[in-house]
Design a protein around this ligand. Structure first.
Ligand code: PDD
Length: 287
């Protein structure tokens, strides 16, 4: 069964899907994206993902490519055509096609839109949950507006590659004060000595993850206290638990950072509890 992509008004075979060579996403990384999970045949937290898309588009003054309700129809149709029950959809909106010029194209230039969908390897995810993952720390070298979910991900790609070459699966960004920011494609959490769940405030310097936001609802239901505060690399290395969250994987325990073992080197109970409770709490939309 061929994969199908939605590209600017048409459903096409994934292998034949193309965008114009002067798409501003291609030339300037002038676009934004979302990745949203599909589990047990329903879309997880779509409202929050589309709200964040709206914010990212607004911050960059890119027009919606179609109405929000039309986009929801396209997302669901793309998922249906790809028979996704457990996986994700990816959507990307760019400022459109225009003769190369740094300044914005003339008003009325249509935005470009691509939606893809794929099933994910559930056994690989289960294995990472059971064994935990390894991470490295890296100095943050990204631009200031990482609160916008921009497709300009070269530093993130470089950091993930660096992690891979070190035998790890995630790179954790550290700021100039030695404080933990977030992963290359995840938010970072620790369980501190008091048993509180701690994560960096999202006001500045990180992406406000949708999984992060829903995890706050999950913690409230479980009676776990969340503290949004800055924490240092040293505190993270001594934490009872470290884990990372993203829509692609909910949460993965981190059992080693920069080659040092975290806690007893095994996944902790908090990340497991959260993962188990997450789906019930999250918003679910039928495909
Ligand atoms: N990344 N921080 C960064 C830098 C991210 O790229 C992501 C998500 C997150 C977590 O956000 P959310 O919970 O909304 O997925 C935090 C996606 C999955 C990606 O780039 O593939």
């Amino acid at each position: 069964m061929p994969r199908i992509a939605y590209v600017n008004g048409r459903y096409v075979k994934h292998s034949d899907a193309t965008v114009h060579i002067e798409d501003r996403g291609y030339q300037f990384a002038d676009g934004v994206y979302e990745v949203c999970e599909v589990r047990h045949g329903v879309i997880v937290d779509m409202t929050r993902h589309l709200d964040r898309l709206n914010r990212s588009l607004g911050e960059l003054r890119i027009a919606w490519p179609m109405t929000r309700s039309a986009l929801v129809l396209v997302i669901r149709e793309t998922l249906r055509r790809n028979h996704v029950r457990n996986g994700l959809f990816y959507l990307q909106v760019t400022r459109g096609v225009a003769r190369r010029d740094h300044v914005f194209p003339p008003a009325g230039t249509p935005s470009s839109i691509v939606v893809t969908a794929k099933s994910t390897d559930q056994s690989a995810i289960a294995k990472k949950n059971a064994n935990g993952i390894k991470a490295i720390t890296v100095r943050d070298n990204r631009w200031d507006r990482v609160d916008i979910k921009s497709v300009g991900l070269l530093p993130n790609a470089m950091a993930r590659q660096q992690a891979k070459e070190a035998g790890a699966q995630e790179a954790i960004y550290i700021d100039h004060h030695g404080m933990v920011k977030e992963g290359a494609a995840t938010n970072v959490w620790i369980v501190d000595n008091e048993g509180n769940l701690v994560t960096r405030p999202a006001e500045h310097g990180i992406l406000r993850g949708i999984t992060r936001t829903t995890l706050m609802d999950v913690a409230a239901k479980l009676g776990v206290t969340i503290v949004e505060r800055y924490f240092s690399v040293e505190e993270m290395m001594q934490a009872r638990e470290v884990f990372i969250t993203a829509a692609t994987s909910i949460c993965f325990p981190v059992v080693s950072i920069d080659g040092e073992t975290i806690a007893n080197g095994h996944p902790g109970s908090m990340s497991q509890k959260i993962r188990e409770a997450f789906f019930d709490v999250a918003e679910k939309t039928a495909i």
